[in-house]
Write a protein that binds this ligand. Sequence first.
Ligand SMILES: Cc1cc2nc3c(=O)[nH]c(=O)nc-3n(C[C@H](O)[C@H](O)[C@H](O)COP(=O)(O)OP(=O)(O)OC[C@H]3O[C@@H](n4cnc5c(N)ncnc54)[C@H](O)[C@@H]3O)c2cc1C
Length: 470
Amino acid sequence: MSSVSESEISDQLRNVVGDSYLLTSKSAKIEDFKKDMGDFESAPLLVVQPDSAQQVSRILKILNTHKVAVVARGAGTSLTGATSTFGGVVIDFSKRMNRILKIDITNWYVHCEAGVVVDDLNQELEKHGFFFPPDPASTPWCTVGGVVAEDSGGMRTFRYGTVKNWVLALNVVLADGTMIRIGEPLPKNRVGYDLVHLICGSEGTLALITEAWLKIMPLPGRTGSSSVKKFMIFFSNWNDAVSSIVAMRSSGIQPNLLEFMSKEAMTAVNQAFDTQIPEHQAILFMESPFEMVAKIIEICNANHSVDAYVGKDPKDEERLYSARALLLLGIKTLGSGVYNEDIVVPLDKLGEYLDFVKLTAKKYGLQIPTAGHAGDGNVHPTIVFDAESNESREKAKEAFADLINEAVQMGGSVTGEHGVGVQKLEFANRQLLERNGPKAIDLMREIKRLWDPNNILNPGKFVPRETTAP
Ligand SMILES: Cc1cc2nc3c(=O)[nH]c(=O)nc-3n(C[C@H](O)[C@H](O)[C@H](O)COP(=O)(O)OP(=O)(O)OC[C@H]3O[C@@H](n4cnc5c(N)ncnc54)[C@H](O)[C@@H]3O)c2cc1C
């Protein structure tokens, strides 16, 4: 930060957004911006709540001139400390930049502002018989800007891919306040380097998203195509569950959803939300076209499943879905602290990895309920610890590192969807260095320098560390 005082910056920002939309340390509301949902905590210097891209541009011009750190924020549901402020200014997109600008059912896209909540978007799209498929379990809160910046995944990733597969174009504001449009709201576009996909997953470190053009799809079943069913299949061990997944894949069967949960995870969610799901050692939750259900059950039976339950009606199916979607919140009730991982392993190593999670829980004497996206090999071991006890926290940290290191050794990745933030920076650095090498890291650092020469956009996160001494 240059020698300018906090009050001078406040005055300049107040001129842009007005008094009601500038929160200072004196405002009680600033408390809401101290934490993300992973409980990473740091107080912001100020919070600004702009109403337009023009205001975002003016804000960035001021902050770039004074070299003040800026953290874009949607709903703050990040689990990795990606919205930690380290004393910087927060730009809150959720308060006023939450308008849906156009739903185009001929060209199959929606154009909206960054602060639109994903569930709100889908409610509007549903009125037209369409939907935006990516579905992180945080859709009741998370915003379009947040899911694009995190390239979020979810239960439907197996079938539809992560958010980046659904982004056609973006309006962004650069660190110096310049406003640009990147990409085109067209099904195909081969012009220029693909800047849209550089921004997807960049965690607010390259540019701030103000508007997005997102692809949409007709709702399944709308055009007389087969209706879908949600169901669960139960196993007495991971080995049988994973063998069933492998058998399904080898037979070319691709359900829309293919999720797994451990008994510990299911017990936690049943207790917290009364979802009343049978608690077997390993559980698969799926959605598939109706005519595929019997074949899937047959394959699972051949691999020693112990029971199956098909949702009776839409309400009952919603109960099954919410039991999976609410898992993290259920697990959070088990202890005062949790570390949530989102490791990826090659699918053929999934069973071996899940056994390793069990061994790790035993080694450290910790509960590690586990769930994940079986179709993507994306595993969420969630380490429960006593936040008041240093010993318990240290054990949890060691378990966290063991689980990541094992996944990377198996040829996996430290994160499949939650991103790097501050939580996984060291691990991500190591993975990049070992797998991609110093030149790839240098290129990434050059990209950051080019887009944000003063390093004001979400500094200290995501961007890999230098590999050579300066
Ligand atoms: C219960 C629960 C379940 C979850 N399930 C999933 C899941 O299934 N899959 C998954 O991928 N994630 C999941 N998450 C993590 C999280 O919800 C996602 O990362 C989500 O995309 C964050 O959206 P947000 O609006 O809350 O963004 P925030 O948390 O506010 O911000 C996240 C990052 O995006 C940046 N950002 C936000 N808005 C902008 C913008 N306009 N321009 C530029 N950068 C911006 C921020 O600076 C930050 O780096 C879950 C979280 C919770 C609490």
